[in-house]
Structures are given as structure tokens and as C-alpha cells.
Design a protein. Structure first.
Length: 212
């Protein structure tokens, strides 16, 4: 997993509540367990004017000109600004995969669904929870200035670039450590590789029949 330390990028505002995981990546695209390739179908039902299918070429499909991520000013966005209960619905891990494959590695919202929130940390995305009034201000900043960017500094736990100055946020220390060091569940396990190997050698001596 790629480490998340500091991110500077264009902010795109998704001004709707209760965005569920089926909206983030519709169910018909959940036919792969690879973490890549889902970006073209992120928010598929909102981004395109036709119904998406797994075998379609997204570049040839009619684009919805009214959807925010299709606006030229939000091209190459890295930070998504959202509303309450982002990521609700089913627990599909494909949702953060799709966001990351699209290029979004930070989501800012007043609240997140618990499972989606946890899945973000396991896949290198930083979900930041702010107060409603802070999110409202960021929406105003984003819409007022084309090309509006923020800098998210995870080490310092601060967002820079808002019209009201720096905005502090708090992340659980363990999750923060994992993101800063690029540690997913497998990475955390590999940190204990020497201890695991030592234990296996000890068990092989104590119970050799288990290893035949």
C-alpha cells in the first residue's frame, strides 16, 4: 500500500447526502478482486447517460455534462468533498478501490459509514471528518474559485488552503501510523515476520508431526 503523508490537489464538491457504495461503484462492476480498473466506473450512474455494463468501453459512452466530476474545472481532482453518511450501504471494498483508481485519495465529509471508513484506511485513502460548518466553508471555497486546491498534511493533522485558514483534524493514532507508513493488514503482519518465523521454528520442534 502506498504511504499517505501529504497531499495537495484540486477539490471536487459532491453536494449530496447518503452517497452509498452502490452509487460509488455499482454492483454490476464487482466481478474482479483486483484493486485496479474500477476508476472508469466510479459514480457510473451519475457520470454517464446510459446504463453501464462491465464489457463497455467507458471512453465511448455518453458523458453526463451535469455531474460535477465531469466539469473541466474538476479534472484530475485528488480530494473529494462530500456530505453526511458518505459510503453507506453494502460493505464492498471495491468502493475505496474505485476512488483510488480514479485518483481520489482523500475524502472530507461530516460523517462516514463505519465499514467504508475502515476500508479507506486499509486501502490508502484518508477519510477526514469535520464539523458541518467547516465542510460548508470548504464547499463555498471550492465553488468560489476555479482550480481550488487544498493541502492535507497527515503528519501534522492539518488542512491548509481554506479561506478561513488552517483546519485541524484528528485521526486515530494507529490508523495514522499505518497510513503514514503505507501499512495495510498484510504489511502489518510482515512487520512481525521475524517473530512469526521464530514461532514456527519453535512449534516445529515441539510438534514436528504438524509440519509433515
Amino acid at each position: 500500500m502506498q504511504a499517505f503523508t501529504q497531499l495537495t490537489g484540486i477539490v471536487a464538491p459532491l453536494d449530496r447526502v447518503n452517497v452509498d457504495t452502490d452509487m460509488i461503484i455499482p454492483k454490476q462492476f464487482l466481478k474482479s478482486i483486483k484493486r485496479s480498473g474500477f476508476g472508469p466506473n466510479l459514480f457510473d450512474e451519475l457520470r454517464y447517460l446510459d446504463e453501464g455494463q462491465p464489457d463497455q468501453n467507458s471512453s465511448q459512452r455518453p458523458i453526463n455534462p451535469d455531474f460535477v466530476l465531469n466539469f473541466p474545472r474538476y479534472k484530475n481532482t485528488k480530494i473529494l468533498l462530500a456530505r453526511d453518511n458518505f459510503g453507506c450501504g453494502s460493505s464492498r471494498e471495491h468502493a475505496p478501490w474505485a476512488l483510488l483508481d480514479f485518483g481520489i485519495s482523500c475524502v472530507i465529509a461530516p460523517s462516514f459509514a463505519d465499514i467504508f471508513y475502515n476500508n479507506c484506511f486499509k486501502n490508502g485513502i484518508l477519510p477526514i471528518t469535520l464539523m458541518d460548518e467547516q465542510v460548508d466553508q470548504l464547499f463555498e471555497d471550492t465553488e468560489a474559485k476555479e482550480g481550488f486546491q487544498l493541502t492535507v498534511d497527515l503528519a501534522a493533522e492539518v488542512i491548509r488552503g481554506s479561506s478561513v485558514g488552517n483546519i485541524a483534524f484528528t485521526i486515530d493514532s494507529f490508523r495514522r501510523h499505518c497510513l503514514l507508513n503505507g501499512l495495510d493488514d498484510i504489511g502489518l503482519t510482515l512487520e512481525q515476520a521475524s517473530s512469526i518465523k521464530s514461532y514456527e521454528q519453535q512449534r516445529q520442534q515441539q510438534a514436528p508431526w504438524l509440519f509433515n
